[in-house]
Design a protein around this ligand. Structure first.
Ligand SMILES: [Zn+2]
Ligand SMILES: [Zn+2]
Length: 147
């Protein structure tokens, strides 16, 4: 966990007039230590051990607040759950279609590449995000062992 992230949270909450409650702080800590793109439900399950009184609604609401503050990025992957990403650097995702694992991919050449001309007719592109679907090595090796 980076202290930079926590300082940023305190500053942003302060600026936005949001009270940094113990539960909000714990949700943020959990997010920072989860680099596996968890869903709200997973965050809730992990926190529940530490904070038995926490409600899933609090987790949903807090994540929505963090999203508004720009502290997390929502990922809508494969028309499924909403996942949360605390890695705000420009990056893309590899998604295992078997175990649903999501991993970060950095591809600076793609980020800098000229956009297709056709996009000009559509509008102004503000960000680009690639999803690469495949089967992760772990799942591949399980498959081999079965054969
Ligand atoms: Zn997999
Ligand atoms: Zn990511």
């Amino acid at each position: 966990m980076t202290s930079r992230g926590l300082e940023q949270l305190k500053q942003l909450c302060n600026d936005a007039g949001i009270k940094l409650t113990h539960q909000r702080l714990e949700i943020f800590r959990e997010l920072l230590s989860s680099n596996d793109h968890p869903s709200a439900e997973i965050i809730y399950q992990r926190l529940h051990k530490k904070l038995p009184t926490i409600a899933i609604d609090t987790v949903y609401r807090t994540l929505a607040t963090f999203d508004e503050l720009g502290l997390v990025r929502k990922l809508h992957i494969m028309n499924e759950r909403t996942l949360f990403d605390t890695n705000l650097d420009i990056h893309h995702h590899f998604i295992c279609t078997r175990c649903r694992k999501v991993e970060d991919i950095y591809w600076p050449d793609f980020d800098k590449a000229m956009l297709p001309e056709s996009t000009e007719k559509m509008g102004k592109i503000q960000s680009r995000h690639l999803e690469m679907l495949g089967i992760c090595n772990e799942c591949l090796s399980k498959q081999e062992n079965q054969d």
